[in-house]
Ligand binder design. Sequence first.
Ligand SMILES: [Zn+2]
Length: 462
Amino acid sequence: MAASWDRRPPAQLTKTREAAVRTQVVDAVAAFSPFWRGRLKALGRTASSVASLSGLASLPAAGERDVCPDGDPAGAAALVLQAGESGYALHAEGPRLRKALSRRLAAPGSYRAIVESDTRPTSYVWAGLGLRFPVASTRSDLDVVARAGARLWQVLGLSRADVVVSALPTLPTATLQALQLGALGAGSPLLAPGQRREQVAAALALVPATVLVVPATGGADLVEALAEGEAALSTLTTVLVAGAPYEDERAELRQVLDDAGLGEVVLLAVHVPDGHRLAWGECRASAGSTGLHTYPDLEVVELVDPDTGEQGSGAGEVVVTQLGMRGSALLRWRTGDLAESVATSACPSCGRTVPRVVGLRRAALVPELALRTGPKAVDLRAVASAVGGRPDVADWRVVMGRSSRDDADELLVHVRPADGADEAEMAVGVARDVRVACGLLPTQVVVGELPAGSGLTRRLLG
Ligand SMILES: [Zn+2]
C-alpha cells in the first residue's frame, strides 16, 4: 500500500511528481492554455522538454506582468485551459475518456457535458499584486482545493470537532475559498461573518468556536478589540493567521493573546501564495517554527533569483507549479513572496516528508508604498527587469526610502553607466522605462557610485 500523502519516502515521491508534471504539462497546460502554449513557443521549447522536474526547473519563471504586460487583466484569460471536444479526445486521461466515449453511444449530448464538466471554469477568485485579475477553477479544481484543505486540517492539528470562525473580509479570495472548502473537506463547521468586530463577536456568541482566523495585517488589533469587548474567546484553542505573518505581526498577536489570558492558544500561519489556490499551513507540533507545509503531489515549489526570475540558489522568490489543477493553471508562477529556503528534509516537529517553505515574507517584491499621491503597490520585479534590461546600464540598485521632508515613501534608482553611455540620456531612459514597467516615475534616478547596504535582495535595498 502506498504511504499517506505526507509520509512518502523520497523515491516514491519523486516518481509520483515526475508523472504528475508530465500529465500536467503535456495533457493539460501546453495543450489547452493559450498563454503557456504561446510562451513555450516563444522560448523555443516543446512541451516534452518541460515535462519533467528537471525540464520544468529550466523554464524561466513567469508572473502577472508576463500575462498582462500592459496591466490589462484581460490577458489573464489566456492562462485558462480551453479544451474543445476534439482536443479532449487526444489528451484526456484514459478512464475518463472511455467513460465519455461509451456514454456518447447512449446519449449523444453527454460527451460535451463530460468534456465541459472536466474543463469548464465555474468559479473565480481574485488575485494579483500590482494589478487585479480573476483566477478560474473548474469543478475538479474545487475538489482538489477541498482535498488539500482536509490535509491542511491535519497539518494544523484540527479535526471535524473544531468549529471555525473566520474574521477575514468576505471577498472572493483564494484564501477564503481554500478555508471554506477545507472546512468542507474536513467536515468542520466554518462561519465567515466578515472582518467587522461586531460581526465577528456576534458569530462567536452563536457557536463555541475553537478556531479563529484573522488577517496578518490588523489581526492583533482585532483580537485585542474582541478581548476588550468581552467576546466569547474562552473556547479557542487555535488562532490562524492568514497571509503568512511577518515576525512583528506574529509577536504582536502572541502578546495580545497572552494579555487576554489566552496563553494556551496555538498561533499558526496559513497562506495561499498569490495566483495559487491551495493553502499552506504550519504544523501544530512546531507551533509555527518549521515553515509552511506544502503538498508535494499537487504542486512544485521552488525559489528563483528575484532580480532576474532565473534559477537561483539560497533565498529567493517563491514560484509555484500546480499539478492536477485546471482552470487558470500555473507553471513556475512568480508569487511576489520571498522565502529563505524550501526545506525538503522531514519536518523536525511532525516528521512529514513534505517540502516546507521557511522564512516566507509575503508580497515582499510588490510592497505598498505610501507615496505623496496616496498608497500604491509597486512591482519591484518590473522595476528590476526594466533597469536590468538596458544595455547602457552596467549595474544598478533600487532603494526604497522615506523622504526626510514629509515622511512619504520614495523610490530611488541608482545606476552605474556602461562604458561610453550618455549619462543624461540614460537617466531619462531609465525613468521612462520604470514608469512603463510599474506605473510609477522614480523619485530620482541617481547616476554614479552605487549605494551599499542590505535589503530584500542583492539589488533591491530596503
Ligand atoms: Zn511539521
